[in-house]
Ligand binder design. Structure first.
Ligand SMILES: Cc1cc2nc3c(=O)[nH]c(=O)nc-3n(C[C@H](O)[C@H](O)[C@H](O)COP(=O)(O)OP(=O)(O)OC[C@H]3O[C@@H](n4cnc5c(N)ncnc54)[C@H](O)[C@@H]3O)c2cc1C
Length: 392
């Protein structure tokens, strides 16, 4: 098997991916399925649990305030299922995803994220199961809320299984992932081929995809004549804690009985216990920069537990430190950046997932694989064009 590096014409790659997070690995996965010769270069190590793509769980959901993001999330879930069928791996924990609200905290239920996002789903013909105060008390006895809108199709992604499955599939397809590899120069010849100089060798490739997260602008800067700089900034949850309920009530909080939950008006999101994946409830608190802060009585994970899940007050609680010590990549206009790098017909970029990217990974990977290896994509991604950030 070739290691993917070299200068002989036989060794010309169809695709080199710079950045081996979940977006880069899924790009390589989809490209390798169309027989393309593919390699990946990654600055760090695949599977590092402190990076964005390799923790334990990420939620997947379809509830957005914009129909476009809902449609693509729906398609991504279809592609996750296709990935499971193709590889035989179980990567989705199908526990549902429920937006909640409590009238004591956000009295105007009609204007909560739950109601507004449910309106979008219903408009698109996506069924949502709605619970009122009594329905919640009967179905989710651990929760004090007056509104619960459940999309049964959402849930959690098991990241370690995704990483192991992708790594195996890439290996079987002959895709070499060069870890601990820095990229020092990129040149484009008259014939269009791109030469990429790295600490693991020199690669000549027909097309290049950059999925380097917060390192993306650094890689773009290596492209001679590049005028694209993506305005990405870093942000991270204010707080995330694990809660381990006592044995008598533990069953209430497992993915069989508890969905992924979010109270986004207060910045709270929760992941249930998943057998074999994570043995504690994860509760995070995050207010994006554009959300008004401090407008509710919930200013910490502890506030939420006290007001909405008092059964966990007795649970053992520790900060999340084993995973997720990473940053969201926020974009100035709050939209994905996905498409061709202006001025280069065969260089593509995908970045700016604003803390919501993981669920889209198989879809992003398919888009970038099609753009780079099949001369175009079946999806309409015009709104995500990187050209909106050309500096000159
Ligand atoms: C705390 C947290 C919670 C989240 N929760 C959710 C969630 O519940 N649901 C959801 O859908 N999404 C969630 N997300 C978002 C999701 O995890 C990310 O959008 C996704 O993992 C981004 O993947 P990526 O491949 O673009 O970036 P990354 O995982 O950052 O990968 C980029 C890779 O490029 C490499 N790189 C950088 N520079 C170079 C270079 N010069 N050369 C080569 N390689 C380079 C980096 O080392 C890195 O491995 C969360 C994110 C965080 C931080």
């Amino acid at each position: 098997m070739s290691n993917g590096a070299g200068r002989e014409p036989d060794d010309v790659l169809d695709l080199l991916v710079v950045g081996g997070g979940v977006m880069g690995l899924f790009t390589a996965y989809h490209a390798s399925r169309t027989q393309a010769r593919v390699a990946v270069v990654e600055l760090g190590e695949i599977g590092d649990p402190l990076t964005a793509s390799f923790g334990r769980t990420r939620s997947y959901r379809r509830d957005y305030l914009e129909a476009g993001y809902t449609r693509f999330a729906d398609e991504a879930i279809r592609l996750w299922t296709e990935f499971e069928t193709a590889t035989g791996a179980d990567v989705l924990v199908r526990c549902g995803c429920m937006n909640i609200a409590n009238t004591k905290i956000t009295p105007d239920l009609d204007n909560t994220y739950a109601t507004l996002s449910t309106d979008v789903l219903k408009r698109l013909g996506i069924p949502v199961t709605s619970y009122d105060t009594e329905g919640i008390a009967a179905t989710y006895p651990f929760l004090q809320a007056d509104l619960g809108d459940l999309d049964p199709v959402g849930g959690l992604v098991d990241l370690r299984t995704v990483t192991a499955t992708l790594t195996k599939a890439l290996d079987e397809a002959g895709v070499v992932v060069h870890q601990k590899t820095s990229t020092t120069a990129i040149e484009q010849a008259g014939d269009g081929l791109v030469t990429v100089t790295t600490s693991s060798g020199v690669f000549v490739t027909r097309s290049l995809v950059i999925t380097a997260g917060h390192g993306t602008n650094g890689v773009l800067n290596l492209l001679p004549g590049n005028q694209l700089q993506v305005p990405i900034t870093k942000d991270r949850p204010s707080e995330a804690r694990y809660y381990t309920p006592p044995a008598e009530t533990r069953h209430l909080y497992t993915s069989e009985n508890m969905p992924v939950m979010a109270y986004l008006d207060t910045g709270i999101y929760l992941h249930p216990i998943v057998e074999g994946v994570i043995d504690a409830v994860k509760i995070g608190f995050y207010n994006p920069p554009d959300m008004p802060r401090g407008t509710t009585s919930i200013n910490s994970v502890g506030d939420f537990v006290e007001q909405c899940m008092p059964g966990l007050l007795e649970a053992e609680s520790v900060p999340v430190t084993d995973v997720d010590q990473c940053d969201y990549d926020l974009v100035a206009d709050d939209h994905f950046v996905l498409g061709d790098v202006p001025g280069f017909s065969n260089v593509f970029v995908g970045v700016g997932w604003r803390g919501t990217g993981y669920k889209y990974a198989p879809w992003v990977g398919r888009v970038l694989a099609e753009l780079s290896c099949q001369e175009g994509t079946v999806y309409d991604v015009a709104r995500f064009t990187p050209s909106r950030f050309v500096t000159a």
